[in-house]
Design a protein around this ligand. Structure first.
Ligand code: 5RP
Length: 223
């Protein structure tokens, strides 16, 4: 199976975690796009979704799924999103699509995080994938130096010759050279650096379930 077919497989498999009658939290990315397409087939069973990005909102609305503001609704039963890496404890790196801040907000508002990913995302230790960090531009150079002191190399993510601007009007750093063996401690530390909006380690908002697309079908990992 191709990676695209694996994404379709887990996107469809996630439907069984959608609670009828309840608003569902929806993440961002190519795997989530498969989920959104599948969600459209059962849209009459849910009031709608809370979305983690402008891109997902547009896709949901184009398929006739109502999108609610996070502030209009209470706790969500489930949040469904992809990941750039996931370890054996359900800790993740996210933010490859630059939507990490809103993803963390919607995940925090949800009782369960169902991660949908193809098997290439499963790692032993987080950090091979460049770690996304959303930052306030004024703090960029100091945060670059703080990562350097940790042994990492941070670069500003670019888009057509200029720094990429997130849905929140901020910039993204991508950090290589880190081995994140203690994701909770790492997230706590980097989160309190002035100017960091969100670090792409999802340890406090870890997955409770991962639907992993493999060549022999969907493996369900519970954490
Ligand atoms: C976006 C994300 C995505 O969930 C992550 O990048 C995985 O994306 P894809 O499903 O396209 O591989 O965190 O900010």
């Amino acid at each position: 199976m191709t990676q695209d077919e694996l994404k379709t497989l887990v996107g469809r498999a996630a439907l069984k975690y959608v609670v009828p009658g309840e608003i569902v939290g929806v993440g961002t990315g190519s795997t989530v796009n498969k989920f959104i397409d599948a969600l459209a087939t059962i849209k009459d069973r849910i009031p709608g979704a809370v979305s983690s990005s402008v891109a997902s909102t547009e896709r949901l609305r184009a398929l006739g799924i109502e999108v609610f503001d996070a502030n209009e609704v209470g706790e969500l039963a489930v949040y469904i999103d992809g990941a750039d890496e996931i370890d054996g404890r359900g800790y993740m790196i996210k933010g490859g699509g630059a939507a990490l801040t809103r993803e963390k907000i919607v995940a925090a508002q949800s009782r369960h995080f169902v991660c949908i990913a193809d098997e290439s995302k499963r790692v032993e230790v987080l950090g091979r994938y460049p770690l996304p960090v959303e930052v306030i531009p004024m703090a960029t150079q100091r945060i670059l130096r703080q990562f350097q002191a940790m042994g990492g190399t941070a670069r500003v993510r670019m888009n057509g010759g200029a720094p990429l601007v997130t849905d929140n009007g901020q910039h993204i750093l991508d950090v290589t050279g880190l081995e994140i063996g203690e994701p909770l401690a790492f997230e706590n530390e980097v989160n309190q650096w002035p100017g960091v909006v969100t670090v792409g380690v999802f340890a406090h908002q870890k997955a409770s379930v991962c639907l992993l697309g493999t060549s022999s079908g969907v493996r369900t990992l519970e954490f």
